[in-house]
Design a protein around this ligand. Structure first.
Ligand SMILES: NC(=O)c1ccc[n+]([C@@H]2O[C@H](COP(=O)([O-])OP(=O)(O)OC[C@H]3O[C@@H](n4cnc5c(N)ncnc54)[C@H](OP(=O)(O)O)[C@@H]3O)[C@@H](O)[C@H]2O)c1
Length: 184
């Protein structure tokens, strides 16, 4: 059965990015290239879901307008649902599906696009929260970096107690700690 997994890296104090949407704190972690869990996670993914800030960051960071083939190199032919109320830059050859409005209204399409694999909620935190609010988030996998920011883009700007979240596993992944939680 297809599940929705919010899988992301975050600082120890729970930020996805700083206030300028920079991931410099993540790229600065020594030996980050020794982390290997993401590759096996990606094998379980049939479809990507992200908000427009995350999508724009990927397009700009990987210079996808000039090098659209980098999308396929990273994500294969998986479709991506991008939530936005605005027009966004295209990535030629990539299956990018722009959508707007309540996430529950898109759930059936997203699950169908996942095939027999899972849904990766890439971020940001509020979009993951929208899926949780709609009862459509099953798991959170956080790769915690040895860094703090003090402020920035929050991991999950919601108030969920342990009645809704349970830690299922903790492991080392290179210089990171990886937490996997189930969501009720
Ligand atoms: N550390 C990591 O591994 C990691 C992972 C993911 C993201 N990030 C970073 O974290 C930051 C996240 O940014 P963010 O919190 O602003 O989140 P985001 O989810 O990437 O983007 C938020 C935007 O998406 C659009 N949106 C969200 N829900 C929508 C809906 N239901 N319908 C229509 N549009 C909707 C809205 O923009 P518009 O309607 O105005 O387009 C909203 O302002 C980015 O810098 C990203 O690069 C880091």
């Amino acid at each position: 059965m297809t599940i929705a997994v919010y899988c992301t890296a975050a600082t120890l104090d729970g930020y996805l990015a700083d206030e300028d949407d920079s991931l410099a704190w993540l790229f600065a972690v020594p030996d980050a290239d020794q982390a290997s869990a993401f590759e096996s996670f990606l094998d379980t993914v049939g479809v990507l879901v992200m908000g427009s800030t995350t999508y724009r960051w990927v397009v700009e960071h990987d210079d996808l307008t000039a090098h659209p083939e980098r999308w396929r190199d990273a994500y294969g032919d998986r479709p991506a649902y991008v939530f936005s109320s605005r027009a966004l830059p295209e990535v030629p050859g990539a299956d990018i599906r722009l959508v707007d409005g309540p996430v529950a209204d898109r759930w059936a399409d997203i699950v169908a696009a996942a095939g027999d694999r899972d849904v990766w909620i890439v971020g940001g935190g509020d979009l993951a929260g929208q899926f949780a609010d709609a009862g459509r988030l099953d798991r959170i996998i956080v790769t915690v970096a040895p860094a703090t920011l003090g402020s920035g883009r929050p991991l999950l700007p919601r108030r969920f107690g342990s009645d809704r979240l349970a830690i299922e596993s903790v492991s080392m992944d290179g210089p990171f700690a990886q937490l996997s939680l189930s969501v009720r």
